[in-house]
Design a protein around this ligand. Structure first.
Ligand code: GTP
Ligand code: MG
Length: 200
């Protein structure tokens, strides 16, 4: 299918960006992966691309500290964002990341969709709601991707789904379909791949 075709080609790391001035030319569409530290952004990019260690992952929150650009077949960028809501990073670093994240999310013209990743065990937290508000204000379409589905039971999954559905009703920029994924087991990965392929 379309998803397989797009991702079958080369996927390459382009660059890590630490300031808005360092963003690559806005010459193709891109989708980004936002979410709290440790939610599984980098792992999902690896699962999508089928490259185990393309994006660096870690047990330690705060692994990704730059906006990392990956090129998919010369057609689209996947953008791995630094996590937010990481309480243990030094205050000045957190402020710097937040400013970069906000400038990026509200000002990138080629950003087609922001995937907001939510740990399925925890549901939407205040910091997630803040990011959703920012995306709404910036008129960036966003879509919730629930992660780590393998870690909880179907009953617990339903509970989170219910909370997310309710929250999304308050956000007009939200795409209504919620994706349930596991980078570990592969659930939902092909669906997301196909969805991204329709965006080019
Ligand atoms: P930061 O870069 O720090 O913001 O984190 P991140 O959101 O990129 O998370 P990362 O992909 O580094 O994953 C964090 C931890 O969660 C790692 O130990 C992963 O192996 C684990 N993890 C990610 N996705 C899944 C999943 O679907 N299932 C399980 N069981 N573990 C996962
Ligand atoms: Mg990361």
């Amino acid at each position: 299918e379309a998803g397989r075709k797009l991702f079958a080609g080369d996927v390459d790391f382009v660059k890590g960006v630490v300031a808005i001035s360092g963003l690559p030319p806005a010459d193709r569409i891109e989708v980004c992966f936002a979410g709290r530290s440790n939610v599984g952004k980098s792992s999902l990019i690896n699962a999508l691309t089928g490259r185990k260690s393309l994006a660096r992952t870690s047990n330690t929150p705060g692994r990704t500290q730059e906006i990392n650009y990956f090129d998919v077949g010369g057609q689209l960028f996947l953008v791995d964002l630094p996590g937010y809501g990481y309480a243990e990073a030094p205050v000045n670093i957190v402020k710097q990341w937040q400013a970069l994240l906000k400038a990026y999310l509200s000002g990138r013209v080629t950003l087609r969709r922001a995937f907001v990743l939510i740990d399925m065990r925890h549901g939407i937290k205040a910091v997630d709601a803040e990011i959703m508000d920012l995306l709404n204000k910036s008129a960036v379409t966003f879509q919730v991707v629930l992660t780590k589905a393998d870690k909880i039971s179907k009953t617990e999954q339903e509970r989170t789904l219910k909370q997310v559905r309710e929250t999304l009703q308050k956000h007009p920029a939200a795409f209504p379909e919620i994706l349930v994924t596991s980078s570990e087991k592969g659930d939902g990965v092909a669906t997301l791949r196909a969805l991204i392929a329709t965006m080019q």
